[in-house]
Ligand binder design. Structure first.
Ligand code: IMP
Ligand code: MG
Length: 178
């Protein structure tokens, strides 16, 4: 098994780049069918979603815009339970269809916060896309519209996801070796 070390932890390969690519194709295919007439604003939730958002956007076949918000909830290998907004929503969102792009849904707190904020700002339909979903970690009652892959409740890195800032550049996804 391919292993890597980041800071004090070892990680083993968990999802190869080819599987990530297939999952993104499937999501893009559905979005291209469902949202082509909705003029959606895609919103990439930084930092983790930068790579996923870039790859997904290249497969979107209708005219659409993208915006970026920066939220942080993780420290080390676990969620802090609160979401810090580092760069906020600044577009005019009244009545607009918004598509949130998340790298991973863990407790669901980040998505819940973002959706509540979009509602307060008067957004129209809100869709949530996540490349990865840890069903066992979910603590909030949220609606996920497009899910790439369901994964076990292990800490992972790679493809945009980090361990204390490291590992985002890896093309494959790795899970921590306990
Ligand atoms: P939630 O708010 O608990 O759902 O967590 C959401 C955010 O925490 C995600 O958007 C990620 O940026 C980060 N996160 C959750 N699980 C992991 C993981 O296993 N590795 C790295 N980051 C994670
Ligand atoms: Mg994220």
């Amino acid at each position: 098994m391919k292993r890597i070390k980041l800071l004090d932890r070892e990680f083993g390969i968990s999802i190869p780049a080819s599987d990530i690519k297939k999952a993104i194709w499937q999501i893009a295919d559905k979005i291209n069918r469902d949202l082509k007439d909705k003029n959606p604003l895609m919103v990439c939730i930084l930092n983790g979603s930068f790579m996923f958002s870039a790859d997904l956007m290249k497969l979107i076949e209708f005219p659409c815009q993208i915006s970026f918000v920066k939220l942080a909830s993780y420290q080390g290998v676990s969620s802090t339970g609160t979401v810090k907004e580092l760069i906020g929503f600044n577009e005019e969102l009244k009545g607009r269809t918004v598509v949130l792009l998340e790298d991973i849904v863990d407790s669901g707190i980040t998505v819940e916060n973002s959706v509540n904020q979009l509602k307060k700002m008067g957004a129209g339909d809100i869709f949530v896309v996540t490349l990865l979903f840890k069903p066992e970690a979910l603590k909030r009652d949220i609606k996920l519209d497009y899910i790439g892959l369901e994964i076990p409740n292990d800490f992972i890195v790679g493809y945009g996801l980090d361990y204390n800032g490291y590992g985002r550049n890896l093309p494959d996804i790795y899970s921590v070796i306990p």
